[in-house]
Design a protein around this ligand. Structure first.
Ligand code: GDP
Ligand code: MG
Length: 744
């Protein structure tokens, strides 16, 4: 009201400008309420890519249907994805649906790419989990489900492949309850006509939906069911749905109580209650269909709009940025013409062409161009607002996982405001607040959490002259995928890649070939052991040399001690401190750099030396001695300490969660105990299943998923992720050493 009065007092021109401003504000708000940022997650082969393709087709974004086995889908756009028929990189696609705009991120389904899935989950507000209707909940379904739990994401289930005669909808629903311990609510049931063609009964509207195959499923008929057993059963399901939801939703409960009947509850009310219960993650709506046979996709898109949250309903933690830009970099892709492109989820503010953005690491860069994403086709735009996803060109140092904002002061203010809002509430401590503090730490984290590499292999260019080009390619790939580690082994003179698995390395190799035209060779894949010292050790190394007529001398005393925190420290005893205080800061830096560099490669298998601290006791450096000489002497001194005192190996450990019917558990445990596994817990899961929580060395798990399939006759599902490194006994240690030397 006040604003309107103001609008009446001002000049016509001012008024015009003011009203334009007002309507753009209103438009902004309603615009954002019509956006859905969703992830699509599934076990490999469940039909994620096919489902995405169908969505684009019905939304009018593609003219022909893409098929995975023909290798012409939009989202699987990297050549090797097409060759393999699986989705490696999550690409973003945008399409309109019923006055909404859906931004959909297609994510990789393979365990080697969990980092990428993780990053894309920062960018979405809800997810669609696709199940293969013939397989139910599978290994990777459990993994992605756990990840979605971590990000507290509301979800929908799409039970795909229901055209197949061996599909079993009831089993899928049972699996959801038993294996994922979720509250599925079925909004649809499958029906087959005499010819075995799939149709869908809609629980809320009590209609039968029949898709037309003449127009590739573009249209479908809604048929009101005639009174019959079928209708009665469906009514029963509708009543159950209302009953269930009224236990969770006050508005619906009030209506049910006042009308004393389920039949009088109108559909819009059910949908509102379902939307609230879904966004609070109290229920998970289940839909079904067949992407391949073009059945059910439009209803899935309707459900995304109806039940998954709009951007403004989530991410309140970013309110501390006010109207300043806050954007999360969830992916970097390499485009042949445009170079590196950065995909950003805008959480607050607006990103415009030509704008300066800075990351929490402090680098400022200019956005030269902005695009809307459509997999391998981009449309240029001039500005994109909060809630949306945008592709930025021109950001050269930004890394996947960065948080971008408009200036240093915007970042500082946001940090201050967040601290205040959390501090104000910190008088009582509840779990929720602990969560919030964790969130704030994660929010401003300088570097995203990058999993440790568990495998490594050497990588070689086809010729010495191609080395520089290969280094450049690796640098670029590393920005896109920080879980790829690149290091240089000075002993063998080789470049070494560290990563998450065989597929990960293969993809890197074929991307270097297809995108950079370099045919690199990869050495055999090896487990990435780490090394650590067993006992503290102390030594002095004195070196004197004459180089090009000038005398170089350094005498350095270093100690190695077990310590998790700092890599390098000064010995604080009075007699040493006196000498150390006379050292110039630059020399101290050089000593630090040289000695730490020696921890990159342990003496036993060349693994990184961890949980070890270098303590400087004394250093006497001759006048005129070069920095490089001091650095080399410090490194040699650490090497000497490591090889004389010896190291122990640490091996990568994987955390597994295995869900299987109770009667299979003992067989699975017996097999695990032959794999040096440590069983942490066996918990009941649903009515018939149990869940085993177990840690096992990676070295014992090669081919484990197929072994598990065999010993459980396909009834078990599993998730597996790296969970740190652990010491091993000396027998296993020497076996690992022999393997690393290629003797076994
Ligand atoms: P993704 O690995 O989850 O992306 O799965 P894809 O979309 O690549 O599908 C895997 C395979 O299942 C392909 O051969 C598809 O043609 C097939 N497929 C996908 N959806 C359906 C479906 O609804 N019915 C049947 N019968 N096959 C399907
Ligand atoms: Mg795929």
């Amino acid at each position: 009201m006040k604003m309107l009065k103001y609008a009446l007092q001002i000049s016509p021109n001012q008024r015009k400008r003011f009203l334009r401003h007002l309507s753009s504000q209103i438009w902004k708000r309603s615009y954002s309420s019509k956006i859905r940022n969703i992830g699509i997650l599934a076990h490999i082969d469940a039909g994620k890519t096919t489902t995405t393709e169908r969505m684009l087709f019905y939304a009018g974004k593609t003219r022909a249907l893409g098929e995975v086995h023909r290798g012409n889908t939009v989202t699987d756009y990297l050549t090797q994805e097409r060759e393999r028929g699986i989705t490696i990189c999550s690409s973003a696609v945008t399409f309109p649906w019923n006055n909404h705009r859906i931004n959909l991120l297609d994510t990789p389904g393979h365990i080697d790419f969990t980092m990428e899935v993780e990053q894309s989950l920062y960018a979405v507000d809800g997810v669609v989990v696709v199940l293969d209707g013939t397989a139910g909940v599978e290994a990777q379904t459990v993994t992605v489900w756990t990840q979605a739990d971590k990000h507290k994401l509301p979800r929908l289930i799409f039970v795909n492949k229901m055209d197949r005669p061996d599909a079993d909808f009831e089993k899928c629903v049972r699996d959801l309850k038993d294996k994922l311990e979720t509250q599925p609510v079925c909004l649809q049931y499958p029906v087959k006509n005499e010819d075995g063609v799939l149709a869908i009964n809609d629980v809320i509207t009590l209609e039968q939906l029949i898709w037309q195959q003449k127009d590739l499923g573009r249209s479908y008929k809604n048929i009101k069911l005639e009174p019959s057993d079928n209708l009665r059963q469906l009514q029963e399901k509708r009543n159950e749905l209302i009953d269930h939801l009224s236990g969770l939703d006050d508005e619906l409960a009030d209506v049910v109580i006042s009308t004393e009947s389920f039949d009088k509850v109108d559909n819009a009310l059910i949908k509102r209650a379902l939307r609230r219960a879904t966004s609070q993650q109290k229920v998970v709506p289940v839909l079904l269909g067949s992407a391949y046979k073009n059945v059910g996709i439009q209803r899935l898109m309707d459900a995304v709009n109806a039940y998954l949250p709009a951007p403004e309903e989530r991410n309140q933690i970013y309110d501390c940025f006010g109207t300043e830009v806050a954007g999360k970099v969830f992916k970097i892709v390499h485009d042949k013409q445009r170079g590196a492109l950065t995909l950003v989820r805008i959480l607050r503010g607006e990103i415009k062409r030509g704008m300066r953005l800075i990351s929490a690491r402090g680098q400022a860069e200019v956005v030269s161009k902005l695009y809307e994403p459509l997999a391998d086709e981009y449309r240029e735009v001039s500005a994109v607002q909060s809630g949306d996803v945008v592709i930025c060109a021109g950001l050269k140092s930004t890394v996947t996982g960065d948080l971008l904002t408009s200036s240093q002061s915007a970042l500082r203010n946001a940090q201050k405001r967040l601290k205040q809002s959390l501090g104000g509430a910190a008088t009582t401590t509840t779990n929720e607040e602990d969560d919030e503090v964790d969130e704030s730490e994660e929010l401003f984290a300088i570097d995203p959490q990058i999993p440790d590499a568990v495998y490594f292999c050497s990588i070689e260019p086809p010729s010495v002259s191609a080395q520089t080009a290969m280094d450049h390619a690796l640098k670029q790939l590393q920005r896109e995928d920080p879980s790829l580690r690149v290091s240089y082994d000075s002993v063998t003179g080789q470049t070494v890649l560290g990563g998450m698995g065989e597929l990960h390395m293969d993809i890197i190799k074929s991307r270097i070939l297809s995108e950079y035209k370099i045919d690199v060779d990869l050495g055999p894949l090896q487990i990435a052991y780490k090394e650590t010292i067993e006992n503290p050790a102390l030594t002095t190394l004195s070196v004197e040399k004459e180089i090009a007529g000038s005398k170089q001398s350094a005498s350095i005393t270093l100690e190695l001690v077990k310590n998790q925190n700092e890599l390098f420290s000064l010995d604080k005893s009075p007699e040493n401190l006196q000498n150390l205080n006379t050292l110039r800061p630059r020399i101290l830096q050089v000593l630090r750099k040289g000695s730490i560099s020696a921890l990159e490669r342990g003496p036993r298998v060349g693994g990184q030396v961890v949980e070890t601290q270098i303590r400087l006791h004394n250093a006497t450096i001759g006048r005129g001695t070069a920095d490089s000489f001091v650095m080399a002497t410090a490194a040699q001194c650490v090497q000497k300490l490591l090889s004389t005192s010896g190291t122990r190996l640490l091996e990568p450990i994987m955390a597994l969660q295995i869900v299987a019917p109770s009667e299979r558990i003992s067989g699975i445990i017996a097999d695990l105990s032959r794999r040096r596994a440590l069983i942490n817990d066996v918990l009941p899961k649903g009515e018939r299943n149990k869940m085993i929580l177990v840690n096992a060395p990676l070295a014992e798990l090669s081919g484990y998923s197929s072994v598990l399939r065999t010993i459980s006759s396909g009834t078990a599902s599993m998730t597996m992720q790296p969970c740190g490194f652990s010491s091993m006994n000396s027998v296993d240690e020497s076996l690992a050493e022999r393997r690393a030397q290629g003797l076994e």
